[in-house]
Structures are given as C-alpha cells and as structure tokens.
Design a binder for this molecule. Structure first.
Ligand SMILES: Cc1cc2nc3c(=O)[nH]c(=O)nc-3n(C[C@H](O)[C@H](O)[C@H](O)COP(=O)(O)OP(=O)(O)OC[C@H]3O[C@@H](n4cnc5c(N)ncnc54)[C@H](O)[C@@H]3O)c2cc1C
Length: 490
C-alpha cells in the first residue's frame, strides 16, 4: 500500500485534474490536501473578495470529496513546505502531486519545495491544469516570448486546442480518521464586517457552480457573444473568470465544451461567436505568457519610458472617490459600485474606469491594480497586470497613451438605454437618457424636475474630462522620447 498527497492549490475541482488523476492511478491511499500559508512570500496574497471565494470553494471541494468517500485535509502554517513535511511524516506518503502555477514567485517557491522533498527522497510529480499552453511552450521563431497578442494566439492555435483527457474519479479511497485537518472556518477567510451580503446572489463558488455557469452561457450567451460582449447592461459574457482563476473549471474544459457546441450547432454565425469567445481565453493565456517572461511587470511597466512618468502625488482623495463610486462620472461610478457589491465588473467598464483613473486622474496604474486585486472575486495577477498595463498604455500590445476613453461617449455606445447606470447609480435614475451619462450637462430645470442637486444628491464630476485629457497628453509628451528598452525576458 503506498500513500500520496494530492496537493490542491488553484485547481479546486475533481474533473480534468491531472495531478489528482495520477495520484489515484499510482497509489492506493490518496490524501487530498489544501495548505493555507498566508504569510508565505508570494507575489500577492488573495484580497478580501478572493478570500470570500476561497472559503466557499474549499467548502464545495470538501463536499465533493466527501461524496466520493474521501475528504479534504486542510492545514495552515508558516509555509507550505513545512506543512507538507509534517503531513508526510504523519501519513508515510512517498509522493506528492500538484498542478503547476505560473506566477514567478509561485514557480520559485514550488521549485524550492520540489528540490527539498526530493532531497528527502519524496517523489514529486507536477502537471499543467490551469492553462491551454504552458508559457514556455509557445515562442517566436527566434525563440523569444511574444509581445503582441495576434501572432501569439496564432502560434497557439497552430499547435491545436488541447482536449480533456482525465475525468473525475467515481470513488476515492477514504482518508484515515487519524489524519487531522482544520476546519475551513479556522482560516478566517470570511470578512468580519459583512460587506459580502450581495455576493451569494451572483455566485456559486465550486466546481458545480462553474459547470452551471458554463452551461448557462452555452444555453443563453455564446451565440450572440460578439454582439453582446461589450454591453454591461446585458448578461452577455460567461462570468467564468473567478471559476477559471480558482481552477474550479479548466480552460481545456471550457474550450472543448464550447467547441463541441459549435460543431453541433445549426444556427449561422455560431462559429464566429465561439471563436471570439475562445480568443478571450487566449488573452488569459497571453497574460500568463507575459507575466512568466517579464516577471517584474506586476508592479513595473513593461515599456520603460513609463518608469519616469510624472504621476500625480497628491491623489488620495480622488483615489478614494474612485474606489467608492463617487467620481461624479456615472458609468465609472456604476462600475465601481458593481465591483463593490458583486466582486466583479464587466470588462468594458473595467477599461473605462481604468482609463479615467490613469489618464484623467493621473493616478499610477499600480494603485488601481491593487484595489482590483483586493476587491475582485476573479483577481488574478497575470490578467490584472495585463489589463492595467494595457489601459495605462505601458504594457505589451497596449492601448496607446493617447487613446483616452471618453466615459460619456463610451456609456452612450455600450449602455445606450442607461440600464446599467440606472441599476448601480439609482440616485440619478430619473434623468432622461440624454443627460444620464453626463448629469453636469443637464439644464437646471431638468435637474430640478428630477429633484436632483449635483454635489448634494450625486457628486459633481471630480475631473473635467476635456481639461484632464489635454493634461494627460501633455504629460505623455514629457516621457515620449525616453528610451523604450524593455529588459530582456527572464
Ligand atoms: C483593468 C483590468 C483589470 C482586469 N483584471 C482582471 C483580473 O484580475 N482577473 C481576470 O480574470 N480578468 C481581469 N481582467 C480581464 C477581464 O475584464 C475579465 O477576465 C472578464 O471581464 C471576466 O468576465 P467573463 O468571465 O464574463 O469574461 P468572458 O468574456 O466570458 O471571457 C471568458 C474568459 O476569458 C478570459 N478573459 C476575457 N477577457 C480577458 C482579458 N481582457 N484579459 C485576460 N483574460 C480575459 C477570462 O478568464 C474570462 O473568464 C481585467 C481587465 C481590465 C481592463
């Protein structure tokens, strides 16, 4: 009888979980383990919204394991290696299995753990479960990493879309009752002040919730994805991002299910829509590719001209207003409130709020990225870094600095009936559509007829969009000619 540890990390599912599959194939005893090492020096520890998600996802995973006759052994400690060593000593495990993570500091940690365990004659086997293509497996003809999405994605597709080759186990060996585990409650992942009351209405963390979201998207969204994906007033996207981040569903499962749906579909245009959706999964791959090859970019710009960008220094009040959805710019406030209440924000609105913060308010993108990492349930170092550097114009394949979103025009285009703004900024709901995205342009009698006074019922805009745009362009001129010398990839 041999015993192995199956170490769950950001792969909180039973199906398409190659580490779990291999452990079950090779050992009679398999102990599913989750380690909470909150002080471990990794690039970023989950923020408050992610911790909420993790709590519920662990409960769900344990429930699934129990239904299979097993259970999740949770341990917490100073570092993961120490916890693994203790578990190995207690259980007599001879091998540890895990699925790889690709953030630079996780790679370094895992390398160190692997070599320590091997020195102690414990076998380690690791797998890819979180990406379609591992970052080092895709490269340009000269062997270097890609910095532009389209050729990157072409190179990926050339190798073919990977398929799922490992199903969920039907039954698992019981875990010896002498092996103690902590209760998920002792990890203190849930907030002490209950700001999360709206989260359960939007989300069901765990593998079942992930599969249901995917099915709902296939039943109701994917066929119109191209038309609706930019509309925050529609449920036009999959909302799979937190499930993908926590590995409750794999990108392989998503892509395969969507591709099979496209193969079966008879309606015209389905393939274009499914391809557009799979391409978004491609952006997730690109984000991981970039962070892997340019590990410094989680807090430093890839485009080194921006190292010396003259950001404002006295921005605390504006940052707070942005965080609270009180900038006086309705589409921005709607997005920031959606984020606060649900832990998620529509992609189009993420781009709009980021542009306002970085370009109109001249607040460093890192401040916005940090807020997102704390408040998003799908907070993800690679995707968030890509999104913020794209918005700030300082990343790979980024929007140029001079492309400054006008939030009023954006609202008119992507929330044409004002449903999204009215939902999240109800205090201005009575305004006619014409003024909804720019209440400061409404004549006094219109404001009065809606019983609305700017500055009293809803903030006056904190920035003048025209003036701040001109200032942003001027500031860019000051760094334009700095050398653009991206450091060599790691
Ligand atoms: C400033 C900014 C910050 C962002 N921070 C994050 C983050 O922390 N975590 C995160 O998962 N996404 C982030 N994104 C990307 C994107 O907004 C979300 O992935 C998307 O809104 C999730 O909704 P969905 O699952 O319905 O997406 P869908 O449109 O259904 O797309 C399917 C999947 O593709 C991936 N995807 C889609 N768009 C992108 C993109 N632009 N970049 C990378 N992957 C993408 C996601 O995994 C998503 O779940 C950020 C974007 C911006 C502009």
């Amino acid at each position: 009888m041999t015993t192995a540890l199956a170490w769950f990390r950001r792969d909180l599912r039973l199906s398409d979980n190659p580490a779990l599959c291999a452990a079950l194939e090779n050992h009679q005893n398999v102990i599913p383990v989750f380690i909470h090492a909150a002080d471990e020096p990794v690039a970023w520890q989950p923020g408050a919204a992610s911790r909420w998600w993790l709590h519920h996802s662990l409960v769900a995973l344990d429930g699934q394991l129990q239904a299979q006759g097993s259970r999740l052994v949770i341990r917490s400690g100073r570092d993961s290696l120490e916890c693994l060593r203790t578990l190995i000593a207690e259980t007599g495990a001879t091998q540890v299995y895990w699925n790889r993570q690709y953030e630079p500091q996780h790679i370094a940690r895992d390398k160190a753990i692997k070599s320590s365990l091997r020195d102690a004659l414990i076998e380690v086997d690791t797998f890819n479960a979180g990406l379609l293509y591992e970052p080092r497996s895709i490269s340009k003809k000269d062997g270097g990493p890609f910095r532009v999405f389209t050729p990157f994605w072409k190179a990926c597709l050339k190798t073919g879309l990977p398929v799922v080759d490992c199903l969920a186990p039907e039954q698992m060996p019981a875990v010896d009752s002498r092996i103690a585990g902590e209760s998920v409650d002792t990890l203190d992942l849930l907030p002490t002040i209950p700001w999360d009351s709206d989260f359960p209405a939007s989300w069901q963390p765990g593998e079942t919730g992930a599969q249901e979201k995917l099915q709902a998207f296939i039943d109701g969204g994917v066929t119109d994805y191209e038309d609706n994906r930019n509309r925050p007033d529609y449920a036009g996207t999959s909302m799979l991002s937190p499930h993908l981040h926590f590995g409750e569903i794999s990108p392989r499962q998503v892509v395969q299910t969507v591709s099979e749906f496209a193969d079966r579909a008879v309606q015209p245009g389905v393939i274009a829509n499914t391809e557009a959706f799979i391409r978004q999964i491609g952006w997730r791959e690109f984000a991981h590719h970039l962070l892997y090859h340019y590990p410094h970019t989680s807090n430093r710009p890839l485009d080194t001209r921006f190292d010396k960008f003259p950001w404002r220094k006295d921005y605390a009040d504006d940052l707070r207003a942005w965080q609270r959805g009180a900038t006086g710019i309705p589409i921005v406030d709607a997005g920031m409130r959606e984020l606060w209440h649900t832990g998620w924000m529509h992609n189009r609105v993420r781009m709009i709020v980021a542009s306002l913060l970085v370009k109109n308010m001249l607040i460093p993108w890192q401040a916005g990225a940090a807020w997102f990492l704390d408040t998003l349930v799908d907070a993800d170092l690679a995707n968030n870094t890509l999104g913020w550097q794209w918005s700030a114009g300082c990343g790979a394949d980024a929007a140029p600095w001079f492309r400054i979103f006008n939030p009023v025009t954006q609202a008119g285009k992507f929330d044409p009936h004002g449903h999204y703004i009215r939902r999240w900024v109800p205090e201005i709901a009575a305004l006619p559509n014409k003024y909804l995205a720019s209440p400061w342009t409404a004549p006094a009698e219109v404001l009065a007829s809606c019983n609305l006074q700017l500055g009293r019922d809803y903030p006056a805009p904190r920035v003048d969009l025209k003036v701040s745009r001109a200032t942003a362009l001027e500031r860019f001129q000051s760094i334009r000619n700095n050398p653009r010398t991206p450091p060599d990839p790691a």
